[in-house]
Ligand binder design. Structure first.
Ligand code: GLU
Length: 565
């Protein structure tokens, strides 16, 4: 028996779940939380499902405001605190700053993938939690790799995810600011223009020896700086370096380059500039100038961070609070931007939204809901240890969300024709668009009957599993016995619902040809029921017993993309 305590627990979790998802709790998600908290409830699963289903209906009818005040009154479930602490641990040093400011700073040299969602989402959530500001900053100071189409794609991905930003900047718009600081540092002798051969410079640096340029005075360096801007040096011939302590134990921290020459055309500003700041330089200036209080980044930036701290010290600035997260990987999936872009250039992948990739555009194309991606990523949380995510986890979460939304249709991949004899005269049948939602209405499946025989298409896989004489049910229609395999023929054996016979999908009259693009890049061909013709592009549906798919094209032929089972 589900007890009164359990009822109250269910109510609390339903309220929490509704609050997290725009006021709409999800039955499966709430059940998941309850079982995780009290595994013994598994024994009462049927009763629990009924209770929670009613509860979800009731709570989803309340306004967000009403839900919030009820949750305040009841208090959150005990386990919530533990969960929140893992998902979004308390932000350190909050009291140090008047307003919390975070930034997501993608380089527009490739598409966003799930790893980026983590950084962006954490920055966004922390800013929201503390009523602060969240900044989107395009770090596009490498003209050779910034791509014009990426700016909009990144904006589109973030908007789709519901990660809204308060301010937006492009570093390529801020060049004068970087120049100003470069001059200031050159004047102060904290930076110098090095015109050494890079290999020679490296030899000296590794020995903690100054290069000959380092010894010159600020005047000479300012002269060289103007030369860089005016074109007296070619690409690779001169760079502004920070004048650090050459005795530092890590050579990467000694006299690192801050600005360099690049003559490639830039997608935003063309050939207006030929001296460009490198990442560590521009990121530091901007983090300070934009009053960033908390930098949330991958731990691969550890050495970069040390360089940035050196620059902050030169400028007498306080370095923001940093939170580092570990790497995220999905076994079997390329997440590296460089590898992805290489694959696209070589034609291995079709584009940024190739179904084999875990880019946001690919996931969107496959019918993943933004809520599911955010939920999975928040569950990975703010940990510094590396995390692996599986497609199973992503699919399970997405199924929870879209199962309710997706209407059902019959689809028969790799079809075989079967004739069933002695079928009573029928011309069509009607089935619900969604088993739990009568209000959505029905779909009509017309039946092709010729001389008392029903002609249907069934999946060859199902057909191969049948034995002669076996009784099989055409789902939601009738039962037949397989009479012979060659040609495939059966005999009608009744309408009653038989529980222990195989139930298979079928289509009969007026089938629609459908191509399914699968996540490994292969394609399935099959017939779907005629109602599929009425679907619009972008709809996410379930082909029963086959999987969830998103309609991508309806003309000239129907193409759908497979999400998951
Ligand atoms: N543009 C950098 C990146 O995409 C930002 C890293 C950071 O400083 O947080 O990795």
């Amino acid at each position: 028996m589900v007890g009164t305590d359990d009822l109250e627990l269910a109510r609390r979790w339903t309220l929490v779940n509704a609050q997290r998802h725009d006021g709409k709790a999800n039955l499966q998600a709430v059940i998941g939380k309850l079982i995780a908290e009290k595994p013994e409830l598994k024994l009462e699963i049927e009763e629990l499902m009924q209770i929670v289903e009613e509860l979800v209906g009731e709570i989803n009818r309340l306004s967000l405001e009403e839900q919030r005040s009820e949750l305040d009154r009841l208090g959150p479930p005990e386990k919530l605190k533990v969960e929140e602490e893992r998902r979004l641990p308390e932000l350190p040093e909050v009291d140090k700053y008047p307003c919390i400011v975070t930034r997501f700073a993608p380089n527009p040299n490739g598409p966003l993938h799930l790893g980026h969602v983590r950084t962006a989402l954490l920055c966004y959530e922390y800013a929201r939690k503390h009523a602060g500001r969240f900044i989107l900053r395009f770090e596009d100071t490498n003209p050779a790799n910034a791509r014009s189409e990426m700016y909009d794609l990144i904006r589109e991905d973030l908007e789709w995810l519901g990660i809204g930003w308060d301010e937006e900047y492009m570093q390529s718009d801020r060049m004068e600011i970087y120049y100003e600081f470069a001059v200031k540092l050159l004047e102060a002798g904290d930076a110098y223009v090095c015109a050494c051969d890079p290999a020679r410079f490296k030899e000296l640096r590794d020995e903690s020896e100054p290069c000959p340029c380092r010894e010159l005075g600020p005047e000479e360096h300012l002269e060289r700086w103007r030369g860089m801007i005016e074109g007296k040096f070619e690409e690779g011939e001169a760079a502004v370096r920070m004048r650090t302590n050459l005795e530092l134990s890590n050579p990467a921290l000694r006299d690192w380059p801050a600005l360099r020459i690049s003559t490639s055309s830039h997608p935003q500003v063309g050939n207006r500039y030929r001296v460009w700041p490198l990442y560590n330089f521009s990121v530091s200036i901007d983090d300070h100038e934009m009053d960033i209080t908390h930098v949330i980044r991958g731990k691969e930036h550890e050495v970069n961070e040390l360089r940035q701290k050196q620059l902050f010290d030169f400028l007498n600035w306080d370095y923001p609070t940093v939170l580092q997260h570990g790497r995220l990987s999905i076994p079997g999936t390329v997440l590296s931007k460089t590898k992805m872009m290489e694959g696209i250039e070589k034609g291995k992948f079709e584009g940024y939204d190739d179904v084999r990739l875990a880019t946001i555009s690919a996931l969107r194309r496959r019918g993943f809901a933004p809520e599911s991606l955010k939920e999975v990523i928040l569950n990975v949380g703010m940990t510094k240890v590396d995390s692996t995510l599986s497609w199973d986890t992503l699919s399970t979460e997405n199924r929870r969300i879209i199962d309710e939304r997706a209407n059902r249709y019959f689809f028969v991949p790799n079809p075989t024709e079967l004739r069933i004899h002695d079928v009573p005269d029928l011309d069509e049948t009607h089935l619900r668009l969604h088993p739990d939602h009568r209000e959505r209405g029905d779909r009509t499946l017309p039946l092709a009957i010729e001389d008392g025989s029903l002609i249907v298409q069934i999946t060859t896989d199902d057909f191969l599993k049948m034995e002669e004489g076996e009784t099989v049910r055409l789902k939601d229609l009738l039962n037949f016995d397989l009479v012979r395999r060659e040609p495939p023929e059966g005999k009608f054996s009744g309408f009653e619902l038989l529980l222990d016979v195989p139930k298979i999908q079928w289509v009969s009259s007026d089938p629609v040809e459908v191509w399914v693009l699968r996540p490994d890049g292969s394609r399935d061909f099959g017939f779907a029921e005629p109602a599929v013709r009425e679907l619009s592009e972008g709809e996410v549906i379930q082909f029963e017993r086959y999987g969830f798919v998103k309609v991508e094209e309806t003309e000239p032929e129907i193409v759908v993309i497979f999400a998951h089972r």
